[in-house]
Design a protein around this ligand. Structure first.
Ligand code: MLT
Length: 395
């Protein structure tokens, strides 16, 4: 009889966002006709921008004619898109080769898949509170996870140190869920630490487009030394509304070598074995994001979400509730009022005002007592949620 991967038994019963969806569905089933205001999972509410839709339509037409039809795509990405993304980095003064860019079907898939590059006996450090898939993907592989807690005392931006030693280091900046962003100096300390210890940083840059402070790094490759210790994982999900369309990219510098093995070559070997590439149609839509027109149109959508953030932050200010994030990130991380537990606040908001958020505990133990609000919602719903929160919590 085949032996299952017994590490699955070490996982929590269900995944955070699945758990929230189940609770929410149960509430709706018991209260038909309820209008829920969804500020939970960070799913976008605006449609794809015009220039992307046009490119997607053109790509469908290309597939209808023998001369323009595309079959299998190159496994590591359409060369035109890899060049385009390298050019996008160059515009920001970051030198990345097209052969260092790998097109993916999204950051969450990639964050799991990339673990194939590392020995199962290696350890993974997760700065918490953290996106729960970092831990779960490593638990599934039987890898040892080290949890580095962060808190208000260090602005949710912990320093490397003896308690932070691991082979793989996850850094998400702007952070999901806290919205904290590493500045250059703080990020440099992690880069130096990783180089000194032979670790590899998996830098999750899914929210880089929300950084508005020009002094803050949007890519780890803006930091000297990162090319010998980091892999950057990016996504068009939040940047350009591709949550349901699926497209991302990963940068693996050629200098990243451990034990005489080059991770870039290994990833080529992996992709050419395990995928047949991302759909031509989607890659063509993705390429449109990087045109001047595309950049202007996605900036408009990001401004919309930032206005949502301001609406929610004004409500929290009015209530005197402590929070961070919301400025350089699309998440607001607030302290549960009155010493409430985070699931307690979740249940209260769902049952009393039908606002769905994410309990901080779902992002690790040090998230207890905190709560995350997503700013990706619809404007009217965000205004309504702010009003309902003010009414309920201002009592
Ligand atoms: C979140 O809400 O944390 C994210 O949307 C989840 C994801 O990107 O998969």
């Amino acid at each position: 009889m085949i032996t299952p991967n017994t590490h699955y038994a070490d996982l929590k019963d269900s995944y955070l966002f699945y758990n929230i969806a189940q609770k929410t569905q149960a509430y709706v089933a018991a209260h038909p006709g309820t209008r829920l205001l969804r500020m939970g999972i960070g799913d976008v509410s605006l449609p794809l921008c015009e220039v992307v839709i046009k490119a997607l339509h053109e790509a469908v037409d290309d597939q209808a004619a023998k001369d323009t039809f595309h079959g299998y795509m190159p496994e590591c990405g359409w060369p035109f898109l890899r060049e385009t993304i390298a050019g996008h980095y160059a515009k920001r003064g970051v030198a990345v080769g097209a052969d260092e860019v790998f097109v993916s079907s999204g950051a969450s898939d990639e964050l799991g898949d990339i673990l194939d590059l590392f020995d199962r006996g290696s350890s993974a450090l997760v700065v918490e509170p953290a996106y729960p898939a970092y831990v779960d993907a490593n638990v599934m592989a039987g890898r040892k996870t080290v949890h580095l807690p962060s808190g208000e005392d260090n602005g949710f931006l912990p320093e490397p140190g003896a308690d932070a030693k691991a082979d793989l280091i996850y850094i998400c900046s702007p952070n999901n869920p806290t919205g904290a962003v590493f500045d250059r100096e703080k990020l440099r300390r992690w880069v130096d630490f990783a180089n000194e210890n032979g670790s590899v940083i998996l830098f999750d840059a899914a929210y880089e487009a929300f950084i508005e402070d020009p002094a803050l790094p949007r890519s780890i490759f803006e930091i000297d030394g990162a090319r010998t210790c980091a892999i950057e994982i990016c996504s068009l999900s939040k940047t350009a509304g591709f949550t349901g369309t699926r497209l991302g990219y990963t940068v693996i510098p050629r200098e990243l070598v451990r034990g005489g093995m080059r991770f870039n070559d290994m990833w080529v070997r992996n992709r050419t074995t395990k995928t047949n590439g991302v759909s031509y149609i989607i890659q063509k839509g993705g390429a449109a994001v990087f045109t001047d027109e595309g950049q202007a149109q996605i900036a408009e959508n990001i401004r919309y979400y930032k206005e949502n953030a301001r609406i929610l932050m004004r409500a929290l200010d009015g209530l005197g509730i402590w929070y961070c994030g919301g400025k350089n990130a699309p998440y607001i991380w607030l302290k549960c009022p009155g010493g409430m537990g985070s699931w307690e606040l979740f249940d209260l908001l769902l049952s009393e005002v039908q606002v769905v958020g994410t309990p901080g505990e779902g992002f690790g133990a040090c998230g207890a007592g905190y709560f995350r609000l997503s700013t990706f919602g619809d404007r009217d719903e965000t205004v309504e949620a702010a009003a309902r929160l003010t009414k309920l919590l201002g009592k």
